[in-house]
Design a protein around this ligand. Structure first.
Ligand SMILES: Cc1ncc(COP(=O)(O)O)c(C=O)c1O
Length: 290
């Protein structure tokens, strides 16, 4: 285990330790944009692997085989932006296939602890040769404290530590002390998860009134990815207008999927329940005014 500056820092260190320029690494589309951007910054060839509502945004071995030869793969469970959880029956075959093909796999488990059904299994229970990333930013609500960790096979710990020494030196001591204290705040943290669950229910109930399609309700994280095509505007334009005309911030899907993202939007429901109700009221009124 290596303690780092958030999951973002963990990804940078791990990607640098694993992949040289020219390697081909698969990322899911839609997926968290920093994977693509960080890998591209290091000269890695990013291979977008499209996943859609037909598989609940879950990758299958068929998806991976269709991507052509790969040196590595980055996954997230639960995922940003779809909230998709990879259960053992989904993750197991993918990890097995990757291991057989000699791919290095990184699994971002930053949203572990925030699920609305069965808990998300850790990839470490299914394979020994994966790298798992985690952070205090989500379940522990310590986003600005820049604290995370990497669980990696022993052979990678030395290179990751050497890169960490040169890039960030260490995670802040104050944050590490606060992180230890956060382990004693489970009641408060579980109350946060209960609030996300109520907010998720509000969104699932109200989004159809806006004409949005939610084909795969999120199993985890605090995001909902919805098809906005029935509204007849592409997502950057729709989100710009919602911000300007209704004062509601929603993220356009192109952040997460440069190819198909124009017909998708991502809602974040981590905030207060009253704010979410107000936001959906405003969007419903906006749709009514059109
Ligand atoms: C999937 C995923 N990984 C990593 C991060 C970055 O987290 P951190 O604040 O720990 O750098 C985020 C933040 O939104 C995320 O959604």
């Amino acid at each position: 285990v290596v303690v780092t500056t958030g999951a973002s820092g963990s990804c940078v260190l791990t990607f640098l330790a694993l992949w040289d320029a020219g390697r081909r690494v698969g990322v899911l589309e839609p997926g968290y944009p920093c994977y693509r951007n960080d890998l591209a910054a290091f000269g890695v060839e990013v291979v977008g692997i499209p996943v859609g509502p037909d598989t609940g945004f879950r990758p299958t071995v068929a998806h991976l085989e269709a991507a052509g030869p790969l040196d590595g793969l980055v996954l997230a469970s639960p995922s940003n932006p779809t909230g998709t959880v990879l259960a053992a029956e989904h993750l197991g075959p993918v990890l097995e296939w990757a291991s057989a093909g000699g791919l290095a796999v990184v699994v971002d488990e930053i949203y572990h602890g925030i699920t609305y059904g069965a808990a998300a299994p850790t990839a470490l229970a299914l394979a020994d040769d994966v790298v798992v990333i985690n952070s205090f930013s989500k379940y522990f609500s310590m986003t600005g404290w820049r604290l995370g960790w990497i669980v990696a096979p022993p052979v990678l710990i030395g290179p990751i530590e050497r890169l960490g020494q040169n890039l960030a030196i260490s995670a802040p001591t104050l944050s590490q002390r606060a992180g230890l204290a956060a382990f004693d705040c489970v009641a408060e943290l579980e109350a946060n998860v209960a609030r996300y669950a109520r907010n998720r229910a509000v969104l699932l109930e109200r989004l159809p009134d806006l004409g949005l399609v939610t084909t795969a309700p999120p199993d985890g994280a605090f995001y909902l990815y919805a098809d906005c095509s029935p509204l007849g505007l592409d997502s950057p334009e729709l989100c710009r207008r919602w911000l300007d005309e209704a004062g509601v911030a929603v993220t356009p899907g192109i952040d997460f999927d440069p190819v198909r993202g124009r017909r998708w939007v991502r809602f974040s429901y981590a905030g207060a329940e009253a704010d979410l109700v107000e936001a959906t009221d405003r969007l419903t009124a906006w749709v009514g005014r059109r």
